[in-house]
Design a protein around this ligand. Structure first.
Ligand code: FE2
Length: 290
């Protein structure tokens, strides 16, 4: 088992609606599944199937609609709906994003960036307290994929995440592909970023595909877009190996949300992640034995 109680050390995959019936019917050899509650809240049939999945596999709930960065506050009605689903499927982990995606009753289709300063820190910490109280459990916060920075930021993203962990007791979901994408787009060192994160607070890792696109404003003329529409890139696998070295083995999720392939392809990516972990752990064991 992984150091996260109730989670296997094998990698899991994102369970999207096109694969739910197949997962129930075929019971594939998946380590665990992560779902977006917003896909299920208005779909009673899919929710019933999800409850079946949750009796056979560890499940993680990853919300895209609880917006901890919104100045207009947390949508408490939505938080209650997510809590109701959490109570039905009893997930091992519940997570969301360091971003804002709502303003009042307005739901935006993007996870938008925040400046990293003391005022935003107080706002996000207050909202995290509210979310953790509302869910009755710890919440994992995921680092964003970034395309712009704010000149007014007074701390780095990693310092901001460290401060949130200290103030709220939240845990962190480190999306390794997001670190790779952001480091490329904003021109910083991805490994130095991982070095700055508090290892004991990392409860989950993500890996997803990204897409290069021409962009004059980005160093080198290429922006990396976090599309979740392809296999994990080779350089992101290298950064994943570094993350495992740095944090130890953590539950790792393969995310694929657009141009979704066969479930077998996702499971193949998860198996590749497991093989990478096995290589890293074996190498560590050899070093210790010397
Ligand atoms: Fe992610």
């Amino acid at each position: 088992m992984s150091p996260i109680h109730g989670m296997p050390s094998r990698a899991g995959v994102g369970l999207r609606l096109p694969h739910v019936e197949e997962a129930v019917a075929t019971q594939p050899a998946a380590g665990w599944f992560e779902i977006h509650p917003e896909n299920f809240l208005a779909n009673p049939h899919a929710t019933e199937l999800l409850q079946d999945v949750a009796t056979r596999y560890p499940v993680s709930v990853h919300t895209v609609g609880v917006s901890v960065g919104s100045v207009s506050g947390i949508d408490r009605a939505h938080l209650r709906r997510v809590r109701a689903l959490v109570d039905r499927v009893d997930p091992v982990l519940v997570s969301g994003h360091l971003a804002w995606s709502t303003h009042g009753a307005e739901y935006l289709n993007d996870l938008l960036p925040l400046p990293f300063d003391e005022e935003t820190l107080r706002l996000v910490a207050r909202h995290l307290d509210e979310v953790q109280d509302g869910l009755g459990r710890p919440f994992l916060l995921e680092n964003p994929s970034s395309y712009v920075g704010f000149t007014g930021s007074t701390m780095t993203e990693a310092q901001f995440l460290n401060a949130l962990v200290d103030r709220t007791g939240c845990q962190l979901l480190c999306d390794v592909s997001n670190v790779y994408v952001s480091a490329h787009n904003l021109g910083y060192d991805a490994r130095a970023y991982l070095d700055e994160l508090p290892a004991t607070a990392i409860a989950e890792l993500h890996l997803g595909g990204f897409t290069p696109d021409d962009d004059e404003g980005t160093p080198g003329g290429v922006v990396l877009v976090d599309t979740h529409a392809s296999e994990v890139a080779g350089d992101a696998w290298d950064l994943y190996a570094y993350a495992i070295d740095r944090f130890g083995v953590r539950p790792t999720l393969i995310e694929w949300d657009n141009e979704i392939p066969a479930l077998a392809t996702l499971l193949g990516q998860a198996a590749y992640a497991d093989a990478g972990v096995a290589r890293t752990v074996t190498r560590e064991a050899r070093v210790v034995a010397r």
